[in-house]
Design a protein around this ligand. Structure first.
Ligand SMILES: Cc1cc2nc3c(=O)[nH]c(=O)nc-3n(C[C@H](O)[C@H](O)[C@H](O)COP(=O)(O)O)c2cc1C
Length: 161
């Protein structure tokens, strides 16, 4: 098998335009979360979603301990919080962030395009990532919002022609 050039691979994946989420959990009363674009619908019946998370992610470790996670599907107004949650360093990510919980206790944000609250159902091997399958226990889709998008390493917004 030919070796795949890492930069070329990264560039090819960057051409796949995606939405942006912040995946969260609550471990021992402490909120954790990170920006995730590798989110997908998985099954309608039963209702399942999946996220793919780097094995080095602090949020992944917290989700494995807690056994649940929330998916905050971001609106165009939330690029700032997406940047903030894309770092493992810096100040506390949740400082000044307005959140509440529903069924599991995972932090869910007020300004989302939509919100999904899940029990952690399965964890699969995904190379240097792990694939988390969530059983959906609560959803909310509050209204008419424009989505936040990610394409070629930049946050974008939909443009209507
Ligand atoms: C737009 C965007 C999408 C990202 N998508 C993912 C992803 O799908 N999975 C992942 O593990 N990290 C993803 N990251 C990187 C994490 O947000 C980043 O590694 C973060 O520092 C991890 O924080 P933590 O260690 O506190 O969990 C993404 C970053 C950005 C900016």
């Amino acid at each position: 098998m030919a070796e795949i050039d890492a930069d070329l691979f990264r560039g090819a994946l960057g051409c796949f335009a995606s939405g942006v989420t912040i995946v969260t959990t609550l471990r021992d009363g402490a909120p954790a979360g990170t920006t995730v674009s590798a989110f997908s619908a998985l099954s309608m019946d039963p209702p399942l979603v999946l996220v793919s998370m780097d094995r080095g992610s602090n949020t992944l470790a917290a989700i494995r301990d807690a056994g649940f996670f929330g998916v905050n599907i971001l609106s165009a107004e939330q690029a700032g919080i997406a940047r903030k949650f894309a770092s493992s360093k810096g100040g506390p990510k949740f400082e000044g962030v307005d959140w509440q919980s529903e069924v599991t206790g995972a932090p869910l944000f007020a300004e989302n395009s939509s919100t999904i609250d899940c029990a952690l159902e399965m964890v699969h091997d995904g190379g240097d990532h792990e694939i988390l399958v969530g059983r959906v226990l609560f959803v909310d889709c509050p209204g008419e919002t424009e989505p936040l998008l990610y394409f070629k390493s930049a946050f974008r917004e939909l443009v209507s022609s």
